[in-house]
Design a protein around this ligand. Sequence first.
Ligand code: FAD
Length: 500
Amino acid sequence: TADKLARVKRNPTFGKITIDDIDYFKSILSPTSVLEKETCPEDLYLKYTTDWYNVFRANPAVILLPETTLQVSQILKHCNNRRLAVVPQSGNTSAAGGSVPVFDEIIVSTHKLNKIRSFDPLRGDLVCEAGCILQDLDNYLVERGYQIPLDLPARHICRIGGNIATNAGGIRQMRFGNLHGSVMGLEVVLPDGTILDNLTTLKKDNTGYHLKNLFIGSEGTLGLVTGISITTARIRYGVNVFLLGFDKFEHVVQTYALAKKELPETLSAFEVFDNDSVQVVQQQDYQEPAGTPFPIQENHHVYVVIETAGKEAKFEDQKADDFLALLHEQNLIKDGAIARSQADRTRFWSWRTKLPRAIVQTGPSSIHFDISLPLPLLYKLVEETRAWATAEGLIPHDILAIYGYGHVGDGNLHLTIPATRDDQKLTEKIDRFVYEWTARYQGSMSGEHGVGLMKAPYLAFSKSVTMIDSMRKIKDLFDPNQIMNPYKLFPNKDQEEEGE
Ligand code: FAD
């Protein structure tokens, strides 16, 4: 359970839910919006209480599904007065254990806050509610010639409120920048129930602090995001997807530099995955369409998926062919192909996007990292972790494999390690090796997934004492009763004193 893995004690200042609290929630919400364990169908209950990676199983006091911002405000005001702790939840795909309660916190889900409030076809400004599924927003925009400036393999499940709260990066961040840039405004319910309406669609507004930026990446610890205004991008129809095989990571770095130089207006994604990653997608038959072989025949050390997107196919196709020829000419790649039809693009991409699910399906709970590092060092982390785990005798007994993949374009690597058992000592040993290694090279222990529950004890590997102190002051200002997503993001005092 989450409390055991988190190594924390329940905050004794928090209240315990009573029948009166439940009656209050029932009085303000529709009957299907108050889910209690005893009466909720088990599969539905598990959807909210188990994280996507199947690591944490929670036991919340109740699950609430408000349909309006006003209802969220009423819920938080009541919880704050009664000191009942709350976990905001959207798609529950958090890769850091951020979206599930640790003890008996109340889940406030955004599932029913799922309306599009407005869309301006002139500028492409979208205003929507926090519970809209990312894929649904993209479908809505595609019909209008636009696309959402964010894409990640969890797009069918994750919701825009969760994306905002984690400052999600994903596979096209190198093209569209991060959410601090594309989000223009937010509507947020503060822990005491106050509605902070900053839902502007102004692109420029320098009238003081940019409060929306404080909530982007705040992981549900400062307030509950209910509304989002975001600038979207025109669709580019000339899309090429390259799949390339490399025998050295140095050549990946050189190819990246060349792609930035040769394809500056169109480069949209630059992703890497290694040979073990290909094997696991193949074993689990997760590629699309199922059963199809890997498009590149020979085994290579690592593979790269590059996507370019420009206005017209005829120009883009020529540029893509020229770029592939240049890579061959400079002896940077061993093997490569370009996908031009939608079916082929999906086929090439699936080897990367289906990877997290394929690894989870192997069975053992996975220990996963999302590290930011200077680009040339990105894959060195995988190699050195493998060498260390072998020298320690962990492979193949405790650790079955080590997968390295991620967003080269943003210097962000996922290192995923399925371990044979839920062994806390083993997890800590691996965590410590990876975070010490990362700190040595001034990397970040979370490039995009956030700190959540999993990484809270290690925050000091990436943030100084002064920075953590300043973050705590902000937290205390917005949430003096500490009811919002407790035990997440910040290390508990003992862990901090350990000097971690
Ligand atoms: P949840 O998991 O429900 O919540 C995430 C955090 O945000 C929690 O701390 C929660 O308390 C808080 N929160 C949720 N909703 C709100 C709200 N309305 N107001 C305030 N706080 C809120 N992440 C990336 O950045 N890039 C990737 O490429 C990527 N790929 C992924 C691939 C897979 C297969 C999976 C399972 C996950 C991936 N992730 C990735 C991680 C995850 O999808 C993202 O963090 C996503 O943004 C979370 O959205 P969600 O709706 O599921 O939020």
